[in-house]
Design a protein around this ligand. Structure first.
Ligand code: S3P
Length: 171
């Protein structure tokens, strides 16, 4: 039985939106790891990447994830890269119900095209560079995402069914 849910998946897959909905439905609090980092660091994710570099970002991302693990009855939306660095995925799978939101590269591209500016890894890419990046990174990262206990594909399952499935494992 779990007292936390961690949402993982590629940038733009909808972790925050779905995370909020799940939290509302089950009456838990919601926290977005990127927002938490921005609040704690007093800086946007883009500025942290620009001013301190990705290495620094990954270091603080891991350490703030460890803070959130202490929370109870929370739905936590992780960054797209969170599960793929340090021992973050071990923490996520051992401390909560982990949920991978699975989308195809084409769907991710369509969604990311509309909101790439706040994402430093893709902000300066052309459409072609972006689709190549998504395909390559997804191959690299899905090994981590697929370690999640639950997978959600909105083409195959409704959100209501997913929440029912999760509910059996929550305290
Ligand atoms: C990143 C994803 C972002 C954010 C940062 C790096 C990644 O989170 O943590 O820009 O490495 O995929 P979202 O998945 O919420 O966009």
């Amino acid at each position: 039985m779990f007292n936390k849910i961690f949402l993982v998946g590629f940038m733009g897959c909808g972790k925050t939106t779905l995370g909020r909905k799940i939290a509302d439905k089950i009456g838990w609090d919601f926290v977005d790891l990127d927002n938490y980092i921005e609040q704690k660091e007093g800086s946007s994710i883009s500025s942290i990447f620009k001013e301190k570099g990705e290495h620094y970002f990954r270091k603080v991302e891991s350490s703030y994830l460890k803070n959130l693990v202490k929370y109870e009855s929370h739905v936590i939306s992780c960054g797209g890269g969170t599960p793929c660095f340090d021992e973050n995925m071990e923490i996520i799978t051992s401390q909560g119900a982990s949920l991978y939101i699975k989308l195809s590269p084409t769907d991710l591209f369509e969604r990311l095209k509309l909101e790439k500016n706040k994402r430093p890894l893709i902000a300066d890419m052309s459409d072609l560079e972006m689709i190549t990046f998504i395909k390559e990174k997804l191959i690299e990262r899905k090994i981590f995402y697929e370690r999640a206990k639950f997978t959600f594909n909105s083409n195959l399952e409704s959100e209501e069914k997913l929440i029912k499935r999760l509910n059996d494992f929550l305290v």
